[in-house]
Write a protein that binds this ligand. Structure first.
Ligand code: ADP
Ligand code: MG
Length: 274
């Protein structure tokens, strides 16, 4: 990778919280314009890794490098996990996007005409123009997620981090947000790192996956990483990567035996696997 295309390099990062090792030897790189899933179950360390990239968490070992433009201006876009937007919040969708533009900036803001143009361009890019004047707390989950993406992208970061942005979305909104982020990563040349506990909605879109289990990671293309032998080695015990009804499911050996028994007994049961 040339240095000019590098958006993020995570190198043998270790993090301890409350005296416990939460990330160990995590390494991967992202290039500009790449769309990457950060996959792992609850407690695997996804939020900690994103916060470490943002510089909110002290590294016990290793280092994290960002593209030069990002470090120079502090330009990382971030959509945190579980933002609750109160229905009474007196902010329109467009106000939230505008806050992303200069809410954290010290010094003079952009002139107001340029500001409005940039906010309109972002609202258009995420498909939020039609509800731009509505109170953000009254929008649907999918609409709010579009507004938060616009908020995070409006300063044109080289790196966009999103923590479980798909968690509370229905199937249709999930697919729309994934397609939107994939398109924006290309258009804006931003590397997108998106955490999720279910990789399935991301499989058609991901250039790369970082799979976390118990604080350790394996990274690569999905077809390289999501394999029985690779994930068994990561977990430290045998898991099966099972493909059922067009979905990929990772199951521990004991659960796997139950599934095979259930499939043999009644194939419909496979749809119940999380
Ligand atoms: N401030 C903290 N102090 C101690 N342990 C923490 C702290 N924050 C998170 N943890 C622990 O670190 C692990 C990873 O948490 P987290 O990064 O939130 O995982 P995820 O986002 O994948 O659910 C969990 O076991 C969690 O309990
Ligand atoms: Mg989390």
């Amino acid at each position: 990778m040339t240095d000019s295309s590098m958006a993020l390099a995570v190198e043998q990062v270790c993090v301890a919280l409350g005296g416990r090792r939460v990330l160990r030897d995590v390494s991967f790189c992202l290039e500009a314009g790449e769309f990457c899933g950060l996959i792992g179950s609850n407690g695997s360390g996804k939020t900690t890794l994103l916060r470490a990239i943002l510089g909110f968490v002290r590294l016990e070992a290793g280092r994290i490098r960002l593209a030069e433009q990002s470090t120079g201006t502090g330009l990382i876009g971030y959509v945190p996990q579980k933002i609750a937007l109160d229905p009474g919040l007196p902010l329109r969708a467009r106000d939230v996007v505008a806050l992303g533009l200069d809410g954290a900036r010290l010094g003079p803001a952009l002139p107001s005409r340029a500001r409005t143009a940039r906010v309109d361009e972002m609202l258009q890019a995420v498909g939020a123009l039609e509800f731009a004047e509505q109170r953000v707390g009254l929008l649907s989950g999918g609409q709010q997620q579009r507004v938060l993406v616009a908020h995070a992208l409006v300063r044109r970061p080289r790196l966009l981090l999103l923590d479980e942005p798909l968690a509370n979305l229905d199937v249709r909104s999930t697919a729309e947000i994934v397609a939107l982020l994939r398109r924006l990563s290309r258009e804006y040349g931003a590397a997108v790192l998106l955490s999720a506990h279910d990789m399935n909605p991301l499989l058609p879109a991901m250039d790369r996956v970082v799979y976390l289990a118990n604080g350790s990671a394996v990274a690569g293309r999905a077809d390289e990483v999501v394999r029985t032998e690779v994930l068994s080695s990561l977990y430290g015990y045998h898991v099966d990567v099972v493909r059922v009804h067009g979905r990929v499911v990772v199951v521990a050996a004991e659960a796997s035996e139950q599934i095979h028994a259930a499939v043999a007994h009644n194939p419909e049961h496979t749809t119940a696997v999380p």
